[in-house]
Design a protein around this ligand. Structure first.
Ligand code: ATP
Ligand code: MG
Length: 142
């Protein structure tokens, strides 16, 4: 079996920043073999949130999701590593923190379905789109 290095997008949601969890999450990323290639702290407008989460536009929770992600500062990161997309999804844990395993980011830090601390791309194709949404190629090197 061939192991391929991939890039994926990680967002530390407002509840991660308001509770100063960036370093604790970075430790988990590093322990899992995921490297942070690029990082930026930003505040998304509601319109940017709608564009980023367009895939969910028909879901009942869309407005709640966009309101929350634009409610405070976030940190957006490009991660890289072997099988980074699935590796980071596993490390994130289940969407609902109540169902996330201990040791995962959401299992240890998530507070609710909305305040679930992190976002992660769910496929290689979406990772490429999501990275391009936030970063230019010259923002990282590998
Ligand atoms: P993310 O996309 O944030 O990495 P995910 O892929 O595990 O999480 P999605 O199904 O893509 O989950 O949902 C996107 C986000 O919408 C979730 O992270 C969660 O915060 C929110 N969400 C999902 N389902 C619900 C729901 N039923 N009620 C409220 N919020 C929800
Ligand atoms: Mg998702």
């Amino acid at each position: 079996m061939e192991f391929v290095s991939q890039k994926t997008l990680c967002i530390l949601k407002p509840d991660a920043l308001s509770r100063d969890l960036e370093d604790a999450i970075a430790e988990k990323l590093m322990a899992a073999g995921l490297q942070i290639l690029a990082r930026k702290e930003m505040l998304l407008s509601y319109a940017q949130a709608e564009a980023f989460y367009a895939v969910h536009k028909d879901r009942a929770f869309f407005e709640e999701l966009c309101t929350y992600i634009s409610s405070g500062p976030i940190v957006v990161q490009v991660l890289s590593g072997v099988e980074a997309v699935s590796k980071y999804r596993t490390l994130m844990g289940a969407t609902n923190p109540d169902q996330a395993e201990p040791g995962t980011i959401r299992g240890d830090f998530g507070q609710s379905l909305s305040l679930n601390t992190v976002h992660g791309s769910d496929s290689l194709e979406n990772a490429e789109k999501e990275i391009a949404f936030f970063f230019d190629p010259q923002d990282f090197y590998i």
